[in-house]
Ligand binder design. Structure first.
Ligand code: KG4
Ligand code: ZN
Length: 333
């Protein structure tokens, strides 16, 4: 079964062809990061305009690299939410037009379900039930996944997403957008114990997070000591990174114990973070749980994850028609 996945919910124009919901025959991502970088964040109107320019060449390239044509497809999957309204509409209109022109069935995919199922593209992927932590620029939520298509949210951030905190702290430090990678790189030579940044929501009763206090603590530090350079900058990055990884992994393990989960998945852009990956592995082993991490290129937005989720939905009998619309705040559960 061949599925074309189309993703335009934020600032990556992406398309991929996936076979049997498990094997990516192609995975093409055209990022707009360079366009948005000068503004320090994603400008929705610019994102939409660039999706319009990129979407057809990206789809053509994905089909070409897979050695397939549109008529070989069994299903076309497209992200229909959550995300930026204008950006979502570009992918959606193209997917609907291709479906109408070819007769290939259409499926609308939740972007977060795409992140959760990206792990299906690795060789030893877990079967449900598993616990999935989606941690990206727009979302930080913990989901119980008893079966494909069933998602129960156990916790979420009360304010900023973890990736958003990275991006805002990077901005404070004069680092480029998006901030995750540069902070991660600087943290490698820093001391994570140099600055005792706060951990919010420590109660074992809740599985939620809060990152705005941590962001304010970094701001206060910078206002008091100035923007650090050299070793002091590396120390600040490592201390901030430790606070985020500690908070994320603590609630992940706590959530797993609460629902009796033994298989854990971390996904989304922040899942590319080196300290989060290492600490989660350490704590999962200590708790006798098995952790599954997608390779870094499958953590950030891509079309393959949308094709995987689309193929799974198609298998369950999900179909969309041409009335499919975008839902910028579509909740997974
Ligand atoms: O999943 P994604 O590509 O887009 C959203 O759906 O939001 O995630 C992008 C986010 C950005 O906030 C970026 O700073 C963060 O992922 N990110 C990282 C790393 N690489 C990307 N955060 C921490 N460490 C990284 N290595
Ligand atoms: Zn994403």
């Amino acid at each position: 079964m061949l599925c074309l996945g189309i993703e335009t919910s934020c600032d990556e124009t992406a398309a991929a062809v996936v076979e049997d919901g498990r094997v990516a025959l192609s995975d093409v991502v055209s990022t707009q990061i360079d366009i948005h970088r000068r503004w320090g964040g994603v400008i929705p109107e610019l994102a939409s305009r660039n999706h319009v320019i990129q979407v057809m060449p990206v789809i053509d390239e994905a089909l070409k690299r897979a050695g397939k044509s549109l008529t070989d497809l069994d299903v076309i999957a497209v992200t229909s939410g959550p995300g930026l309204q204008g950006a979502l509409l570009v992918g959606l209109q193209v997917a609907k037009s291709l479906s109408l022109a070819t007769g290939v069935p259409l499926v609308g995919v939740n972007h977060l379900e795409g992140h959760l199922l990206a792990i299906r593209l690795v060789a030893d992927a877990p079967e449900p039930p598993f616990l999935g932590l989606v941690v990206s620029g727009g979302h930080t939520s913990l989901y119980e996944v008893p079966a494909f298509g069933t998602y129960r949210r156990l916790g979420t951030t009360r304010d900023d997403a973890a990736g958003e905190a990275y991006d805002k702290v990077a901005r404070l430090l004069g680092l480029q957008y998006p901030g995750g990678q540069p902070i991660d790189a600087l943290a490698q030579t820093g001391d994570p114990k140099a600055i005792a940044f706060p951990r919010a929501m420590k109660s074992h009763e809740v599985l939620d997070w809060s990152f705005s206090g941590l962001k304010t603590a970094v701001l206060n530090h910078v206002q008091l000591h100035g923007v650090p350079t050299g070793q002091a900058l590396a120390d600040l990055c490592a201390s901030f990174q430790e606070a985020v990884a500690d908070a994320l992994t603590r609630k992940l393990i706590l959530g797993a114990k609460k629902v009796g989960a033994t298989q854990l998945v971390i996904c989304g852009g922040v899942a590319a973070n080196s300290r989060l990956r290492a600490l989660a592995e350490e704590r999962a082993v200590d708790a006798g749980m098995k952790l599954y991490l997608p390779p870094k290129r499958l953590c950030t937005d891509n079309g393959a994850m949308i094709a995987v989720a689309g193929a799974e939905a198609f298998r369950r009998g999900v179909r969309a028609d041409l009335s499919l619309n975008s839902d910028p705040s579509w909740r997974l559960s």
